[in-house]
Design a binder for this molecule. Sequence first.
Ligand SMILES: [Zn+2]
Length: 432
Amino acid sequence: MIPASGAFTLSNARLHQSLTPGLQAAFDSDGFALTDIAVDGGKVALIEAAGRKPVQDAIDLAGRIVLPAFVDCHTHIDKGHIWPRTPNPDGSFTGALNANGADRRAYWSAEDVARRMDFSLRCAYAHGTKALRTHIDSERPQDEISWPVFIDMRERWRGRIELQGACLFGIEAARDKKWLAGLVKRVAAAGGVLGAVTYMVPDLEELLDRVFAAAIEHGLDLDFHADETDDVSAISLKKIAEAALWNGFEGKILVGHCCSLARQPDLDVLDTLDKVARAGISVVSLPMCNLYLQDRRQDGTTPRWRGVTLLHEMKARGIPVCVASDNTRDPFYAYGDLDMLEVYRMATRILHFDHPVGDWPKTIAATPAAVMRLDGAGVLAAGGPADFIVFKGRNWTELLSRPESDRIVVRDGKVMPRDLPDYAELDDLMVG
Ligand SMILES: [Zn+2]
């Protein structure tokens, strides 16, 4: 019903207040308003309350929800889809680390990484994602293999998916100053983001200082994996915030996971959140991966907690919060397809993004776009790109009850084909 190209107007499109800055309309208690959207030359020419100026030949969406194209700010497309050849033997975090490391050392040639990355990007694109940040395992010698692949992939996908890369290494690797300097140079040359996994090692503060100093020297943003554990003694989120404050860091910092925060005493939580807010840190929760790995028990008993961090408390304090896909079909998460609607559906259920919905929809669009410095992404506004998704659902319960596999993805004002790649494409890589 939407033309494949050319100018058109959608009438009675249901838009959400949190993702349409400046729109004057009568929003209901769910945050929705009926609107008319004029699209011309790949841009949104006009959005206004429905029926204000009836347009001949407008396409009547009859109240279907329209969301801006998704922004996925935390993924691992260098690891994606290795599950068939290297599964996680017991679903534990340690099982994931060991399986992933073994698979990387055995199989991650440039061709292997490139084909799996491209597969992942085709999935994300088909589901309606327009920007994606991936972490890139950067232990030697993988850094020399994966970063050139990433640079090539970013070029090939330009205009379809804005791809960002953040290096990933265990923080103790930063003890080797020469190695760190080399990696930082590589990341800076690639226009990447400096990332690491923090652990409660005795010299954590010193190592963080080293990472912050490198980021300041090269003008890099930061992206950490922190406290992906139920161990209450894991307080590296607080250490990162303190390091940001005492280093006077002015770039963007995104911290993922922060699971242990949800287990800590209230006073400790308050102190950490104060520092995180003052340091201007954004937090991304990975609800599906957390649900899978956290509280995984080997004694036949049932998990008792969800694994996610304190997003409500963070948002209440003005800390920018996101949710994202994280791993897909690898030892850290056996499932997933980089579908941000699935992430939002799961987040709604696991994290209670409902009753009221408020501005939680920003977590999959506007907020990650700001974290990733993407102007004009994650919102729908006149003058902005006509990058959006038309769903069947007309309210939250309709939208979040079905997979919406028949959604319509519009990019640059054109309806695009939504071809999910066939798993069989990767079969020859999985023989091992
Ligand atoms: Zn991750």
